[in-house]
Write a protein that binds this ligand. Structure first.
Ligand code: ATP
Ligand code: MG
Length: 173
């Protein structure tokens, strides 16, 4: 019998939410599990993890973002892309095709008013029993944390950015 899947949330303002999720992806792939990563908000960029993902079997990767939300003028486009991404997430969750699905930066969807939070709560509550989910992003709400099994908050003690050290290849992207 397959073990029951669980829902994990990596939140907080420190560095390591996405990379911790990717560590679990690495672990799951090692066991031959089928994994899907859906990234919200982030635009197309040559992140090391995406380059690596192209080389791995059993791993499907989708980018559902236009980049960061900066101006009011393009916010409607961001909303559209985010909502489409959520529809894709629902489809992948229901497909029964995966053992693990990562919804990276999904906490920002309700935060920016792109999607009702209830929809994410329902997605978690209605997921297939054997599927595990990892949600990442700052500011996970109490409602979201309530329906998860494992919640970790990564707190910033300090970050190199504050000392003027720029984003570094292989570390930040
Ligand atoms: P990572 O992808 O490194 O695990 P993260 O997922 O915890 O980071 P995000 O807020 O998604 O954090 O990160 C966006 C980018 O900002 C990443 O390149 C990340 O390394 C960097 N970052 C994360 N936390 C901080 C911070 N407290 N101050 C400045 N930059 C940060
Ligand atoms: Mg992240």
């Amino acid at each position: 019998m397959k073990p029951k899947g669980r829902t994990i949330i990596n939140t907080g303002d420190g560095k390591g939410k996405t990379t911790a999720a990717l560590g679990t992806v690495f672990r799951a792939l090692g066991h031959g599990h089928r994994v899907c990563v859906i990234q919200f908000l982030k635009g197309q960029g040559r992140y090391g993890e995406r380059i690596m993902a192209e080389q791995l079997d059993n791993l499907d990767w989708f980018i559902c973002g236009k980049g960061f939300v900066f101006t009011k003028e393009n916010i409607e486009d961001d909303r559209k892309v985010a909502r489409k991404g959520f529809e894709l997430a629902k489809e992948k969750v229901d497909s029964g095709q995966y053992d693990l699905i990562v919804l990276d930066e999904i906490t920002y969807l309700p935060m920016y008013d792109f999607l009702e939070e209830k929809k994410i709560v329902e997605l978690i509550q209605n997921k297939p029993e054997n599927l595990s989910l990892i949600l990442t992003g700052r500011g996970a709400s109490p409602e979201l944390m309530e329906v998860a099994d494992t919640v970790s908050e990564i707190r910033v003690i300090k970050h190199a950015y504050e000392q003027g050290i720029k984003a570094q290849k292989g570390i930040e992207f």
